[in-house]
Design a protein around this ligand. Structure first.
Ligand code: RIB
Ligand code: CA
Length: 313
């Protein structure tokens, strides 16, 4: 039986790689893709979702829905340095006019999340790989519906490691810490995939040259273009020697949960302004609204093979 999933994303490059992995996983059926403001503004996120679905030409038409264009708390910050101005780097993908590789939901994304959770009670896994604004809106409007989700896998937070947008905060939680706080204290069956574990999985020059480039198809070329890999200096966009696979690892945790070593932790998200805005803090065990499963280690070799095999189509 395939796992039914919805992916809530802010397509940027690693979100795009996560979509490719999810649609090519025999274990998953991607029912819907919802967009949220994050790496780039929502208009670009929705264009990028359509571009990736055009590239993928999935054998079935997933529903897509446009979500929040701003966080619950105003702080519009985007990341062109990592994802490029358009959110997909140099990758040239034509959004296929006419050949619709998706169906468009007429309402907001949060309404699609709760409607599908009610349509498939205790069957649907929500994979959230952007800021959690859509999930918080879903909880505000129909908490009962959201609680029919089987599992919620979230890429976000930095628990026992430095942040990546500030020294304290991870990007998805920094963009909308109020939404993150509401989701984490909601009682939803959450599995968190924080930077602590996503920093263990990455592409580098050796993987690109020895494992990605030889695949030699449109998906492998997309990885090279979208990450801005430069074969001369062996660097990715922004001058980094590694490209972290944050969002693909969250999908990996659904494809094969045994990839992950987890701990039950009670967490707090800092929503007050100041230098620790968006920071995740561990609460003394037993305190805090609820404990959630936090992935702290991954079988990175096994995950990398899962990711690379998804590029072979
Ligand atoms: O901190 C990494 C996360 O922020 C990833 O989801 C990336 O796409 C950005 O949204
Ligand atoms: Ca993302």
């Amino acid at each position: 039986m395939k796992k039914k999933v919805i992916i809530d994303c802010d397509v940027g490059v690693d979100d795009a790689l996560a979509l490719i992995q999810a649609f090519h996983a025999a274990e998953l059926e991607v029912m819907a893709v919802t967009g949220v403001n994050g790496n780039v503004p929502i208009e670009k996120v929705m264009i990028n979702i359509e571009k990736v679905l055009s590239l993928l030409q999935a054998p079935y038409q997933p529903m897509i829905a446009r979500g929040a264009d701003r966080p619950l708390q105003e702080s519009l910050v985007h990341t062109p340095s990592v994802h490029g101005e358009d959110g997909l780097g140099r990758a040239e993908i034509k959004r296929r006019e006419g050949a619709e590789w998706w169906q468009t939901w007429p309402g907001p994304a949060d309404g699609l999340l709760t409607r599908m959770a009610r349509q498939y009670p205790n069957e649907l896994t929500l994979i959230a790989i952007g800021p959690l604004t859509n999930l918080a809106l879903g909880l505000r409007k129909d908490a009962e519906g959201m609680n029919k989700l089987r599992e919620v896998v979230i890429m976000g937070g930095a628990v026992r490691t430095r942040g990546n947008i500030t020294p304290y905060a991870e990007f998805n939680f920094f963009i909308d810490p109020l939404a993150a706080a509401k989701v984490l204290e909601s009682g939803l069956p959450i599995t968190l995939v924080p930077l602590d574990v996503t920093h263990q999985v990455f592409l580098n020059a050796q993987i690109i040259e020895e494992r990605v480039r030889p695949i030699n198809n449109s998906l492998s070329q997309f990885v090279i273009d979208a990450t801005g890999y430069n074969p001369v200096n062996h660097q990715f966009r922004g001058g980094s020697k590694t490209f972290y696979l944050h969002d693909p690892l969250a999908v990996g945790a659904v494809i094969d949960p045994d990839l992950m070593s987890k701990e039950k932790l009670a967490l707090h998200v800092e929503t007050e302004g100041g230098k620790r805005y968006g920071q995740v803090r561990e609460l003394t065990a037993g305190k805090g609204p609820q404990s959630l499963e936090v992935c702290l280690r991954a079988n990175k070799e096994k995950f990398l093979e899962i990711f690379l095999s998804s590029l072979e189509g």
